[in-house]
Design a protein around this ligand. Structure first.
Ligand SMILES: [Fe+2]
Length: 245
């Protein structure tokens, strides 16, 4: 079927990565609302902690809106665009301009779904064992930047310099060189191979404005308290063990 081919193409562009592919994200078979029964739809992954768990650093209000409204919208828009593409292709009546528009919608919302799914798992309540820099990642960061403080300062500086509008700041590991570095992406563009995400920080205003207004620096200082270093270290381990297939 053309639709299956379409999904495969978009999945292939994400390639098999550590949590960076649509293939890693949950789907359900939705027979109730789908125009074609049996078609799978992406679903909003539950937060691995309550909405108020990251307070006082990230407010409950922000987390609730960000997850249940913004992320949900990326999921809904992705499903709707894929469904419309499928329907038009099966009818054999899709025009080039229409197709390109829907593919752009899929690309944007696919990125939003992937990026936010990585983001939630990359955070954890402060004061828990997972909220301390640890393992091989601890050693690698201190070897390259000297200390966690210098690393966080350098990352903050990169984000403030390079993310001018809506976008993301990332700590990534190159699977070829195993080297750690900083990346930024615009809008909802995701990170792709040869880079793996260690953790990312959402720099869209919806991630901080209700609590920090236009003070991006305060937001970046606060979110440092709720980075899930256990998850980040596991992603780094996956990068060190990555073998091209
Ligand atoms: Fe966001």
């Amino acid at each position: 079927m053309k639709y299956i081919g379409l999904v495969a193409v978009f999945a292939a562009t994400c390639v098999a990565q550590y949590g960076q592919s649509l293939d890693d994200l949950p789907k359900i078979v939705d027979n109730s609302t789908s125009s074609l029964p049996g078609v799978e739809k992406y679903v909003l992954p539950p937060l691995p902690y309550p909405y108020n768990a990251l307070e006082p650093h990230i407010s409950e209000q922000i987390m609730k809106l960000h997850h249940s409204a913004h992320h949900q919208a990326y999921v809904d828009n992705l499903n709707n665009a894929l469904s419309e593409l499928r329907g038009l292709e099966e009818q054999g009546m899709i025009e080039k301009e229409k197709k390109e528009g829907l593919e752009e919608t899929v690309k944007f919302n696919r990125g939003g779904h992937i990026n936010h799914s990585l983001f939630w798992k990359g955070l954890v309540p402060t004061g828990t064992p997972d909220s301390s820099l640890q393992g091989d990642l601890d050693k690698a960061i201190k070897a390259k930047w000297g200390s966690e403080k210098k690393f966080s300062e350098a990352f903050t500086k990169t984000i403030l310099q390079k993310v001018k509008g809506s976008g993301w700041g990332w700590v990534v590991c190159n699977v070829g060189t195993r080297d750690l570095s900083f990346e930024t992406t615009r809008d909802q563009d995701p990170i792709s191979l040869p880079q793996l995400v260690i953790f990312g920080i959402d720099m869209w205003e919806h991630a901080y404005y209700l609590q920090y207004y236009n003070n991006k620096k305060s937001y970046l200082k606060a979110i440092w308290n709720v980075i899930n270093w256990k998850e980040a270290n596991e992603r780094y381990s996956a990068c060190l063990k990555h073998v091209d297939t």
